[in-house]
Design a binder for this molecule. Structure first.
Ligand code: NDP
Ligand code: OXD
Length: 314
């Protein structure tokens, strides 16, 4: 029973050390160690490389470091029949809600424009509408979207949620399925994306979507906040829509190519707020505890938690 730590772009040794401290009896190797692939039973993975599954003939479970599992599910050599679990964690959820609330409030309260005015030494008073006049639409009402939606509602925003299945949540108006997407968008001033990246949701943040958002309430036009995946956004459309006023502003935490290439026009747009995929980071503590719990469950013959449905893509 061996755990292989395979983390693209992340220090595997730090994680391996943390796993060893938590599970002293568990054999743990990193992708740069020498090991017999046939010994590997558990794979802890982020941004899998092409050869990740080579020789893993005794793999029992794939444990994702991330909440999003799109790079695992689209891997060309993903073995069938091996359960895949994803990261679900209270602190991650809290951090994502923090990011969403900060960005919603920043746009709603025009801090964006005060910043520009400050640079120009301009004293101009704006009178933002109260939160209760602003409708925030959250796409994806799962672990992360639901928490953000509830907290936005508690602050006083009108909140709409869009998901595949209908939700019953106090203070949140639920829209479900493609047939209700346009209605959801028409009732939204600030669009927050927390969808998983699947065949259905790819490029959903495009001009056709932005043109349906409500234009009457925010003085500079509707806003989009994407904290899910770069694959959700058509970046040419975002640039064009930020330039022609279809969108008043955007906050983007994720990009089609990460790090965002130096020559991307998004960097230089005054109304585009870029963060480097940090909306919510999986913590050592949370990741290590969850993996230890999952391995314990598996070895006791219990059901794993947070299992992904590969057919649905999340
Ligand atoms: P969940 O799987 O818990 O929730 C997914 C939600 O999206 C569900 O409500 C689901 O609907 C809905 N959904 C899925 N497909 C569709 C569709 N075709 N149409 C409408 N709704 C759909 O995911 P999480 O909330 O845990 O995470 C969401 C994403 O956030 C992750 O996949 C990841 O990409 C991203 N993320 C980004 C981070 C960052 O730092 N930027 C950090 C962590 C996550 P239903 O409820 O009906 O099933
Ligand atoms: C995740 C992420 O999916 O950090 O957890 O993007």
């Amino acid at each position: 029973m061996t755990l292989l730590v395979h983390l693209g772009g992340i220090d595997e040794n730090e994680w391996a050390e943390a796993f060893r401290a938590k599970m002293p009896n568990q054999k743990i190797v990193t992708s740069s160690d020498k090991f017999d692939p046939a010994d590997i039973t558990y794979l802890y993975v982020w941004k899998p490389r092409d050869d990740v599954f080579d020789g893993l003939v005794n793999l029992e479970a794939i444990l994702s470091l991330g909440a999003g599992v799109d790079p695992i599910l689209k891997h060309p050599h993903l073995p069938t029949g091996v359960p895949i679990t994803r990261f679900v964690d209270e602190t991650l959820t809290q951090c994502m809600s923090d990011y969403v609330i900060a960005n919603v409030a920043m746009h709603h309260r025009e801090l964006t424009h005060y910043r520009q005015d400050q640079r120009a030494h301009h004293w101009t008073q704006y009178y933002p509408a109260p939160a209760g006049d602003i409708a925030v639409g959250v796409m994806g009402m799962g672990q992360l979207g639901e928490d953000a939606a509830k907290k936005l509602s508690m602050i006083g925003y009108q909140v709409n949620g869009w998901s595949r299945s209908k939700k019953e949540l106090d203070g949140v108006h639920s829209f479900a399925g493609t047939e209700q997407l346009d209605d959801f968008l028409r009732h939204t001033d600030i669009l927050v994306n927390l969808l998983p990246l699947t065949a259905e949701t790819q490029n959903i943040l495009c001009r056709a979507t932005f043109e349906k958002l409500r234009r009457e309430v925010l003085p500079h036009g509707p806003v989009v906040i994407n904290a899910a995946r770069g694959g959700h956004q058509d970046e040419d459309d975002i640039v064009a829509c930020l330039n022609d006023g279809t969108l008043g502003a955007a906050s983007l935490d994720v990009f089609k190519t990460e790090p965002l290439p130096k020559d991307s026009p998004l960097w230089d747009l005054e109304n585009c707020y870029i963060t480097p995929h940090i909306a919510a980071i999986s913590s050592f503590e949370g990741g290590v505890n969850l993996v230890a719990e999952q391995i314990g469950r598996f070895e006791r013959g219990e059901q794993l938690k947070h299992i992904v449905d590969p057919a649905q893509g999340y």
